[in-house]
Write a protein that binds this ligand. Sequence first.
Ligand code: ATP
Ligand code: MG
Length: 138
Amino acid sequence: MKKILIAHDGSDTADRALMQAAAIAQKFGANLTVLSVVPNLCFTEIGIDCDTVNKLYRAEVEGTVEGVKDLLKEKGLEAETLILEGSPADIISDHAKGSGVDLIVVGSTGKQATGRMLIGSVSSKVVAYAPCSVLVVK
Ligand SMILES: Nc1ncnc2c1ncn2[C@@H]1O[C@H](COP(=O)(O)OP(=O)(O)OP(=O)(O)O)[C@@H](O)[C@H]1O
Ligand SMILES: [Mg+2]
């Protein structure tokens, strides 16, 4: 177990997933990377151009990553942070494939959690597409 990837969307569940990922990384002496994906969504049908939407999402993700850095510092943990853009589940799985990740850690739900869903669409797709084992943290 050399490389662990934790996908973070700024939710409390993802924070819990980060803490578990960090604990596993410490036990195995593995490198930990925190990946946050800026979704490339557009709402042209309601008259907002893609560029504006992208800037808003990017600003939100940058805020998430700053929060992650603060949490890591507070807990005295080492991790690399990374922001990529695209369809979150595809980007998380492709990045894991491309960098030889041994374990992906995700939360069972995320920022859009409604309470009705048992598992989010991003985490369920990552479980389906990932090239390696996936830990789904509740
Ligand atoms: N944009 C993202 N970047 C990185 N990780 C993400 C992103 N979105 C979700 N995740 C990961 O997937 C986990 C589950 O979130 P997911 O988006 O699947 O559920 P949700 O927000 O509750 O529902 P929905 O399917 O409506 O988005 C999060 O805890 C996080 O680990
Ligand atoms: Mg979500």
